[in-house]
Design a protein around this ligand. Structure first.
Ligand SMILES: [Zn+2]
Ligand SMILES: [Zn+2]
Length: 359
């Protein structure tokens, strides 16, 4: 039984296939056949920067964006053999904080949580794995391989939940970044009735096609950011979702009076100018603006994401899966070209019905 692992080494982390022990589920667990895992910036940064928060041993099975098929379910389970599932990523800290104790794992207060495939707990990039029934989310077979997008879409669903909680109207939305998170953010904005604008650096190709297929407006490159921001004519956007981690000041500047900015990408790697706190304070108070941020996601976000994906055009969803490789060609999924949207590693030689569709 094979899996994709990161080895912690003296010279940095190393990616490779490993022989894994057959998983042995206990009475409350599902035994799941892995169908696919998505690869994202989190996986690439684990590889680039080493295993954050340690691994169960000297290696960590990767994979937090999962799609699997139940092989065996405990009696009384919500699931039956053959059902498709996505696994929640986070698990509570050993002595749960008040939020973890009521199931809000994504807002853990003490940071002692673990995360499958990321922090202290093996992930889903294996041919078979154990998944506790309560951490499994049902995936409709109608999604096919696009079910692997439920986890990344759950982050975006959480971002829009925050925007919805603070915004008065769905007018114009700006999404910074046309990667998988940005495109899914654009999808959920369009589904809410926003006029969606997306900014990225590419001049054409699949990212631009996906933006336009949503009926959204594409703006190329930072030089066009001013056009995107200034062209609104109404003092900015009602909702802004920053998915690059590089355009935070621009995102603040683009948020109109009464508008909401949600930061999805952590950190600030960009070179755009710093902002005086007095200016920021003025924008937040005088402009009645809201700035919020999200990371991780919980069951409710997975379920909202699943519903949003089911409402999307299946061909559009499969258009996000620009790279699909079998497990033994895992390395290709870690090379991101400008036209790469989502890279997916297939874990089963025959993904079955979930592999059907335009992928
Ligand atoms: Zn991810
Ligand atoms: Zn906690």
């Amino acid at each position: 039984m094979h899996g994709l692992v990161i080895h912690a080494g003296e010279e940095g982390a190393r990616l490779g296939l490993a022989d894994l022990a057959e998983p042995t589920p206990d009475d409350a667990d599902l035994l799941v056949d892995g169908i696919a895992v998505g690869v994202c910036g989190t996986d690439r940064s684990l590889l680039a920067r080493g295993l954050r928060g340690g691994a169960p041993g000297d290696r960590l099975v990767l994979g937090h964006e999962s799609l699997g098929r139940v092989r065996r379910a405990p009696s009384g389970s919500r699931f039956a053999p053959g059902d498709l599932v996505a696994g929640l990523v986070r698990r509570p800290d050993p002595h749960p904080c008040p939020n973890c104790a009521v199931g809000e794992l994504d807002i853990c207060l003490n940071g002692d949580f673990t995360e499958r495939g990321i922090k202290g707990r093996d992930g889903y990039a294996a041919e078979r794995y154990v998944l506790a029934d309560r951490y499994a989310v049902a995936v409709s077979p109608r999604l096919g391989l696009a079910g692997v997008l439920v986890e990344p879409a759950s982050i975006v669903a959480k971002a829009w939940e925050r925007v919805d909680a603070s915004s008065r109207r769905s007018g114009r939305a700006l999404v910074l970044g046309a990667g998988p998170i940005g495109l899914l953010a654009a999808l959920l904005g369009a589904q809410r009735g926003y006029e969606v604008h997306v900014v990225d650096q590419v001049g054409g190709g699949p990212k631009v096609r996906q933006v336009k297929a949503l009926g959204a407006v594409y703006h190329e490159g930072a030089h066009d950011l001013g056009t995107a921001l200034g062209g609104t004519g109404r003092g900015g956007f009602d909702a802004v979702v920053e998915c690059t981690g590089e355009l935070v000041a621009a995102a603040i500047a683009a948020t109109g009076p009464g508008g909401v900015l949600c930061l999805v990408a952590g950190g600030h790697r960009g070179t755009d100018p710093t902002m005086e706190l007095s200016v920021l304070s003025g924008r937040l108070t005088g402009g009645n603006r809201t700035i919020t941020g999200v990371s991780s996601s919980g069951r409710g976000h997975f379920e909202a994401a699943h519903a949003a994906l089911l409402h999307a055009d299946p061909e559009w969803l499969h258009g996000l899966l620009t790279t699909t490789v079998p497990l033994e060609r895992y390395a290709e999924a870690f090379h991101a070209e400008p036209d790469t949207i989502k890279s997916v590693i297939l874990l089963a030689a025959d993904p079955g019905p979930a592999g059907k569709g335009k992928s």
